[in-house]
Design a protein around this ligand. Structure first.
Ligand SMILES: *[C@@H]1O[C@H](CO)[C@@H](O)[C@H](O)[C@H]1NC(C)=O
Length: 357
C-alpha cells in the first residue's frame, strides 16, 4: 500500500514538473524596442527615494501573456505623450507564475522603464468570481484592481489604474493632478446619461433591502462609470478597507444574481454617486464594440485624451484578421508586436485586464 502511495505521489510530482515547465516555456510574442523618451525642462528631479519619490506619477496595470500586446502599446503611448516620461512609475499586477518572462519582455522593449511587477495569484479571488455575460470578464486578473492598495508599497499615495486595451493621446500627468475632495476615494469619468438600472438585475432592484436603498445618502445620484480608467486614492482606500466592501458584494452575487458583468458592478455598488467626476476625454470607451459581437464604434463627441477598446473586439485581433475598424489604425501606430517566429500572439494564458462596455 505504502509503495503504491509513494508511486502515485511521484507521478503527481512529475506531472507538476511537466506543467511548470510548460508554463515557463510558453513563448511570449516578440516585441520591438520602443523609442526612448526623456524628461523635458521643468520635470521633477529624480531623488534617491525610488518608488517613494514624491515626484512620480504612478500607473497601475495588469500584465499577462494574452494581453501583453495591448499593454505594450498602452505603455508606449503613455511614454510618448508624457511631458515627463521618466517620472512615470508603472506597477504591474502580473499573472503568476510567468511573471519573470513578462519582466524580461518589458525590459527589452522599454530599457529605461521604471516599473515593479507584483505576482497576482488567482487564488486571491478564487471562490468570489461568478459567471458573467462574457467569459473574458471572469478572468481572475480582472479582479486584481481590487488588490492594488494591498500590493503597492504604502508610500504610494495614489495610482491611476488603466486597462490593457487603452491608448493615451495626452499627457497622463493631467489626469494624475485630478483634485480629489476629502470624501472621494475614486475619480473617473462618469456617464450619467447611461441607464444605470440595467447594470443590475430585476432581482436586485425589487429587493427592498437592496436596489435604490444601496445608493441612498450618496453624495450624488448614482451614475455609471467605467472601471478601466480610475484615479485611486490608495490611502483612503486602505483606511476604508474598500477591497473588503467590494468583496462583500461579490459574496452576495454568489448567493443570488444581482448583476451580469464581471468586476465592474461591485465597483458601482460601492462607489457610484461617490466618485469624483473626471472629464470624459480621459475614457473614450466602447471602441471594442459590444460584449457579444464587438462591432465597430466611433469616438464620442468631444476631445480625446485616452482611447479605450472596451467591449469584445480588440484592435490587434481585428487587425490580424484583416478586418480592422477605422480607429484600430490609430492603435496600430503604437503596436510593438513583431510578427514572425517569436511565438504566437494569441496564447490564452490566464486572462485579460479589460472591462465591459
Ligand atoms: C432602463 O433600464 C431598465 C432595465 O433594463 C428599464 O426597465 C427602463 O425602462 C430603462 N429606462 C430608460 C429611461 O430607458
Amino acid at each position: 500500500m505504502r509503495a503504491a502511495g509513494a508511486a502515485v505521489a511521484l507521478l503527481f510530482f512529475f506531472l507538476f514538473l511537466l506543467a511548470a515547465a510548460a508554463e515557463a516555456g510558453a513563448a511570449l510574442p516578440r516585441f520591438a524596442e520602443a523609442p526612448q523618451y526623456r524628461n523635458g525642462e521643468g520635470c521633477p528631479a529624480a531623488t534617491a527615494a525610488g518608488v517613494c519619490d514624491p515626484g512620480l506619477v504612478h500607473i497601475a496595470m495588469t500584465l499577462d501573456a494574452h494581453y501583453l500586446r495591448g499593454s505594450m502599446a498602452a505603455i508606449y503611448s503613455l511614454l510618448k505623450h508624457a511631458s515627463c516620461p521618466e517620472s512615470l512609475f508603472f506597477h504591474f499586477l502580473a499573472a503568476a507564475p510567468g511573471d519573470g518572462e513578462l519582466r524580461a519582455a518589458l525590459a527589452a522593449s522599454f530599457p529605461s522603464l521604471r516599473f515593479e511587477i507584483y505576482p497576482f495569484r488567482a487564488e486571491a479571488v478564487a471562490g468570489l468570481i461568478s459567471a458573467s455575460v462574457r467569459a473574458a470578464l471572469e478572468a481572475p486578473l480582472n479582479y486584481a484592481r481590487n488588490h492594488l492598495a494591498d500590493l503597492l508599497p504604502p508610500c504610494v499615495p495614489r495610482a491611476i489604474y488603466l486597462d490593457s486595451d487603452v491608448l493615451a493621446a495626452d499627457d497622463v500627468r493631467r489626469l494624475w493632478e485630478t483634485r480629489l475632495p476629502a470624501a472621494a476615494v475614486v475619480a473617473a469619468p462618469e456617464y450619467c446619461h447611461a441607464n444605470f438600472s440595467r447594470y443590475f438585475t430585476p432581482a436586485f432592484w425589487s429587493d427592498p433591502a437592496l436596489g435604490a436603498r444601496v445608493f441612498a445618502g450618496r453624495r450624488r445620484p448614482p451614475c455609471y462609470f467605467n472601471t478601466g480608467v480610475m484615479v485611486l486614492d490608495l490611502r483612503r482606500w486602505r483606511a476604508g478597507n474598500y477591497r473588503r466592501r467590494i468583496e462583500r458584494w461579490m459574496e452576495i452575487q454568489k448567493e443570488r444574481r444581482i448583476y451580469e458583468l464581471g468586476s465592474l458592478p461591485p465597483f458601482l455598488l460601492v462607489f457610484a454617486g461617490e466618485v469624483e467626476a473626471v472629464d470624459l476625454r480621459w475614457n473614450q470607451h466602447g471602441l471594442g464594440g459590444d460584449n457579444v459581437r464587438g462591432s465597430c464604434r466611433p469616438l464620442h463627441d468631444g476631445p480625446v485624451s485616452l482611447m479605450h477598446w472596451s467591449g469584445k473586439g480588440k484592435p490587434w485581433d481585428r487587425l490580424d484578421a484583416g478586418r480592422p475598424c477605422p480607429l484600430d489604425h490609430t492603435w496600430k501606430s503604437y503596436d510593438l508586436y513583431v510578427a514572425g517566429d517569436g511565438g504566437s500572439a494569441a496564447s490564452p494564458a490566464s486572462g485579460p485586464a479589460l472591462s465591459a462596455w
